[in-house]
Design a protein around this ligand. Structure first.
Ligand code: PLP
Length: 426
């Protein structure tokens, strides 16, 4: 099966052999590595990317959910080009950041916002803000949810053995995760056991998107909000991914008001920008001599201007309608393939994103997710790659459709997927 990949990517192999001398595994993020060596890309345009061997791929990974505007979007290029001529970083505050803050506050119904550059930084700061506000220490997170690579939340992200609390990396001391409580997603009873008066906040991906894509039980969500009120802790929505899936993210979709919200990925059209926003009384604790929040590259002019254009001109209501419609075509197509081939395959779609499982039903939490045999998924994945389609970023990721994808791209995706699923069944 791997020969499907290796026979088409000899230059990636050569680059890997060279790069691994200077970068562990030849990559700058662990999530970009896969066996037997990672793919090295040269460029992207619209719905496509190209690798160093000249292979073209229709890309449904889109920078792990970043590029709903498509690769090398003309409007973003124009804006960033103009911006860079006036300086890429100015040091003191950029004059247009307030405009972006207002756009985001109104769209996501947040009283106030602060900017960082990555989702990791934003979740790290959000839990500090929650602790400062509540004067409590404990943070509840859910098994299988990912909040970036800082120590306190890098716990039970992808454990081989679910259940007991375990850091998801070497080098994280016990003390760093002593105040992190891990519990099961979509499970009210388990949550009730840990929800108490010591807890500063519960942080969640409001729709889990780092163990495939898992539907959120709305009764569960309701119970989390109720218990947080009763016990006096905050609800933090980590919308690094979900924030770009619907016009006003998951909080708009579920019509709820979390205390703090994190945005990232898609909101700046491919430039690094993240947001921590929420209720005024929490956000007003931030400031010199009070709660620390900083970052040299925070709200740099390139990211700010790209984000203003992304949110006001590109990711409009009608763009979401378009992406959702194409994504629905994919969902339908996968279901038809499964039926035609008689394969036990389940599919879940949420807006422009979706995932498939070689299992009769979509998992509800990490325990169910990790009990699935993923070997057929890898056969499917390498087959689709060989057919010029990146169907999603990994077995624990999802597809994303951009405004640049076409119905023809969806048909090609499904053609490749059908062959992949057929091979996976053999
Ligand atoms: N939170 C969620 C839900 C994510 O999916 C990610 C990244 O995939 C992060 C946080 C971390 O974001 P970043 O990679 O920008 O640090």
């Amino acid at each position: 099966m791997l020969s499907l990949y290796t026979s088409r990517t000899p230059k990636s192999r050569i680059l890997f052999e060279e790069n691994k001398n200077y970068m562990p595994y030849g990559v700058s993020s662990n999530y970009r590595y896969f066996d037997p060596y990672p793919i090295y890309l040269t460029k992207g345009k619209g719905s496509r990317v190209w690798d160093v061997d000249g292979n073209e791929y229709i890309d449904f990974n889109l920078g792990f959910g970043v590029l709903e505007v498509g690769h090398a979007n003309e409007r973003i290029i124009e804006e960033v080009d103009n911006a860079i001529k006036e300086g890429s970083i100015l040091g003191f505050e950029y004059c247009k950041t307030g405009k972006l803050a207002k756009i985001i506050s109104q769209r996501y119904k947040l009283d106030m916002v602060r900017f960082s550059s990555t989702g990791t930084e934003a979740t790290m700061h959000a839990i500090r803000f929650a602790r400062a506000y509540t004067k409590r220490k404990k943070i509840i997170k859910f098994e299988g949810h990912y909040h970036g690579s800082h120590d306190q939340l890098l716990v039970n992200v992808n454990p081989l053995k679910p259940g007991s609390k375990v850091p998801s990396s070497l080098g994280i001391p016990e003390e760093a995760i002593a105040n992190t409580i891990v519990t099961d997603w979509n499970d009210i009873e388990s949550f009730e056991k840990v929800a108490n008066e010591d807890v500063a906040a519960v942080i969640m991906e409001p729709v889990a998107m780092n163990m495939g894509l898992i539907p959120t039980d709305e009764e569960f969500l309701k119970a989390v909000f109720e218990l947080s009120k009763e016990k006096g802790f905050l609800v933090i929505f980590d919308e690094t991914k979900t924030g770009g899936k619907f016009y006003s993210g998951a909080l708009g979709y579920f019509n709820v008001k979390p205390d703090l919200v994190i945005l990232g990925k898609a909101i700046a059209g491919g430039l690094p920008l993240s947001v921590i926003g929420g209720k005024r009384e929490i956000m007003e604790l931030i400031g010199p001599g009070k709660v620390a929040h900083g970052g040299t590259f925070n709200a740099n002019p390139l990211s700010v201007r790209a984000s203003i254009v992304t949110l006001t001109e590109i990711l409009t209501e009608s763009s979401f309608y378009y992406m959702h419609r194409l994504s629905e075509m994919l969902e339908r197509g996968y279901r038809e393939i499964a039926e035609d081939l008689g394969v036990e395959l389940s599919v879940y779609r949420w807006g422009p994103s979706g995932s498939i499982y070689f299992s009769p039903k979509v998992p509800r939490n990490y325990k169910e997710f990790i009990s699935i045999d993923f070997s057929p998924w890898f056969t499917y994945f390498y087959t689709t790659l060989a057919k010029g389609v990146i169907p999603m970023g990994g077995f624990n990721e999802e597809w994303t459709v951009s405004i640049k994808h076409t119905e023809e791209d969806i048909r090609k995706h499904l053609e490749a997927a059908e062959e992949g699923i057929r091979k996976a069944k053999e």
